[in-house]
Design a protein around this ligand. Structure first.
Ligand SMILES: [Ca+2]
Ligand SMILES: [Ca+2]
Ligand SMILES: [Ca+2]
Ligand SMILES: [Ca+2]
Length: 218
């Protein structure tokens, strides 16, 4: 094998390795201010069924701070969101616990996608049980959760397979840690995780093939 070709292959393997490392980094594709809708569920053993308190609305699920979203119609409540980020397959969730009342924590999730409207129809993406930490996060502005996440804040991340990019996502929580003891569902923050710029790996490959061709011609 000619020296130039060997050099090109070494460079190719290095760049491919770098690309793989970058691709493994998932980011939150929601941003504060993205279109988001309340999804209400139903009560178990409590009569609290009013709308979320004024300072605990559904927009707080993606406002990048610890201030929580609370829904009194708790079981199977959640939200629907249209991320402004370029359409990318969501392959993970990070959930941050609220400031108090652990029984209100979600104990399971169902994630759906739609390319029709923010009201569906929906295609199931992933579902499963959750095990959110007992540790609490402070409310208000005291915990900042930037787009890349806050590893120091109490949270759980789940990851799953999904190859389809959706325009709209719906996340609901069918069960709570203790729905009998809780009068509501609450969550401080939710991140929809995806690998950004899926085209970058393809572009890197095109550049590599071009370089190999150039070296072979020399
Ligand atoms: Ca209840
Ligand atoms: Ca929040
Ligand atoms: Ca966020
Ligand atoms: Ca309730």
């Amino acid at each position: 094998m000619r020296l130039q070709l060997k050099c090109a292959l070494v460079v190719a393997m290095f760049v491919a390795g770098q690309t793989a490392m970058v691709s493994a980094e998932k980011i939150d594709i929601t941003r504060p201010g993205d279109a988001i809708q309340l999804v209400s569920g139903f009560n178990q053993d409590d009569g609290n069924a009013g709308p979320p308190p004024g300072s605990e609305g559904v927009e707080n699920a993606i406002n990048d701070i610890g201030q929580k979203y609370l829904n009194f119609l708790d079981l199977s409540s959640g939200f629907s969101v249209t991320p402004s980020f370029p359409q990318t397959p969501v392959t993970g969730l990070t959930l941050y616990t609220a400031n108090d009342a652990e029984p209100r924590d979600p104990a399971s999730y169902q994630l759906f996608g739609s390319n029709d409207t923010i009201d569906g129809p929906w295609t199931a993406i992933s579902s499963g049980n959750l095990a959110l930490p007992s540790a609490r996060n402070n409310g208000g502005n005291s915990v900042v959760i930037p787009p890349t996440g806050n590893a120091a804040a109490a949270h759980q991340t789940v990851e799953f397979e999904n190859d389809t990019a959706y325009q709209h996502y719906r996340l609901i929580f069918p069960t709570l840690k203790d729905a009998v003891a809780a009068n509501s569902m609450q969550i401080a923050e939710v991140e929809l995780l995806a690998v950004p710029e899926p085209a970058s790996a393809a572009l890197a490959l095109v550049a590599l093939l071009g370089m190999v061709g150039y070296l072979r011609r020399r």
